[in-house]
Design a protein. Structure first.
Length: 368
């Protein structure tokens, strides 16, 4: 049986922000340092007395909003330096956040945050769109403009954050960490692409993002706001349980002894394909989500032909787009199985000997 005392300690450490180099270098959060001792306690810890149950409940919960707010505050510090400085060299820019933090599915207090920096002088356009003729052509090279944006971002960030480690080696992002920053910030030079759908709806989630790959000297298409919109919609339909299960699986992956080759993006995409009915539970039946997750993952493994057809929410690729991801899915399912078994052992004080008993026990387990 797994050691959930250690897993619980690992998860608690992530939620407290311990072991994070960027945070420990300059811990200036709204809470005092003594809050990361034994006195630190969260609501989930008061709902159970045993470790596996505490772990399962805690792994599902969002981090306290005040710590997530600090991620945005630190991102804003970077944004507020970049904006005026880029303007001073003739580059108008706008900014957006993407990723786990704005979706509130991050599992570490000191989570990294992605800051998209959009070149605001131009957009590219889907010329098959119904409003394509309303755009006008500028005499410029998009790639050259994006390379200038990247170069200026590197120069400004290095000058304005002298005590921070500014890593410019990445193909797509400039990473800032340490020094006065309480969070790692990834700055991603980008520009908008107005799709045919966006030309009609004018909704951000229908707009594509073109990200510069400096090494390949090309632009890569992303749809982060469609991904975020679809996860948010499903979470709204499932009483907040979509995000709970995403966080649970991310924590299980992080605490596994196996190197599970699924990204956080892949995990969110898998949960997006779970049935709404399976996920829609009241808060006091949160443990039943572990059994529902078992069933949904097992269905995918039993039907690999179907599983291989599943797209990520923004429809840009298949989730299981590499052979190693089938093994990773099996490994992730094994982590859920192990947690379910330990939960029932703690609930019933007997070793569960079949899946029906596990499912029934978790379906009936009420934790207030």
């Amino acid at each position: 049986m797994a050691n959930y005392t250690q897993k619980l300690a690992n998860m608690r450490s992530r939620r407290m922000g311990l072991g994070n180099a960027a945070l420990s270098a300059n811990f200036r959060e709204a809470v005092a340092l003594d809050s990361i001792t034994e006195e630190f306690s969260e609501a989930y810890e008061k709902r159970a007395k045993t470790d596996a149950i505490k772990y399962a409940l805690g792994a599902m919960q969002a981090l306290d909003a005040k710590y997530t707010a600090i991620s945005f505050q630190e991102g804003d510090r970077v944004k507020n330096q970049l904006g005026p400085c880029l303007q001073s060299v003739g580059i108008s820019a706008t900014f957006e956040y993407q990723g786990s933090v704005p979706l509130d599915i991050h599992i570490r207090r000191a989570s990294d945050i992605d800051l998209l920096v959009f070149h605001d002088r131009f957009v590219t356009v889907d010329h098959t769109g119904p409003r394509a003729q309303t755009y006008f052509t500028l005499p410029l090279s998009v790639l050259d403009e994006m390379l200038k944006l990247r170069s200026q971002c590197e120069s400004i960030l290095t000058q304005k954050f002298p005590a921070v480690t500014v890593d410019t080696s990445g193909a797509k992002s400039i990473s800032l960490s340490g020094g006065s920053l309480q969070r790692k910030i990834d700055v991603v030079p980008s520009h908008w692409h107005d799709t045919a759908a966006y030309q009609v709806s004018k909704e951000k989630h229908d707009r594509e993002v073109k990200v510069l790959d400096r090494h390949e000297r090309t632009l890569i298409t992303n749809r982060p706001f469609l991904h975020m919109r679809r996860i948010e919609e499903k979470d709204g339909r499932t009483n907040g349980c979509t995000k709970k299960v995403i966080r649970l699986l991310k924590n299980l992956k992080r605490d596994s002894s196996k190197d599970i080759k699924l990204s956080s993006y892949d995990i969110a995409a898998l949960v997006w394909h779970f049935s709404d009915q399976a996920l829609n539970k009241p808060y006091y039946l949160e443990l039943s989500l572990v059994a529902e997750t078992q069933s949904c993952l097992q269905f995918m493994l039993n039907n690999l032909g179907y599983a291989r057809t599943l797209d990520v929410p923004d429809m840009s690729r298949k989730i299981l787009d590499a052979d190693g991801k089938i093994l990773a899915l099996q490994q992730l399912k094994a982590e859920v199985d192990e947690l379910a078994m330990n939960l029932v052992l703690e609930l019933k004080s007997i070793y569960p000997d079949n899946q029906d008993f596990i499912r029934k026990s978790l379906a009936e387990a009420q934790v207030f």
